[in-house]
Design a protein. Sequence first.
Length: 149
Amino acid sequence: MASSSTKSAKRLSVMAWIEDAFGGVVLVRQARNGRRWTLPGGKVKTGEGLINALRREVREEISVDIAAAAPIDILDRPRSGSVTILYRVLLKPGEMKPRPGEIEKIGIRRRLPEASTETAKYFWRRAQHSFEPLALFAQTWGSRRRTGA
């Protein structure tokens, strides 16, 4: 009979896909861990809701609050016992500022830098095929709206 051991529990993380109107994606450069680029986000604390964790992490890393968020992708890593959920995020108005000691720099990029985390690389590749970037959605929706479709 299986017991409810914490060894079998997966570690959960959340990440934010934040896109501007021109197809640029918000990335943060870590101040530690090899100073690699990644999407804003982090670990979910015990007893914390996923959206609450996402709100906390985004606020901590880029100093702006989330207006809306919806899950769009997932990365399950059975070997490491972790799951990362990617959310499409719309921000409230505000100035992005990096968190000293944790985030070295914030960038809005149309291409993923070479020095990026494996998780960021995974979601970036998936974005090319598994979900439509907001810039394309806006173009499609805008053209339908203009034509009355």
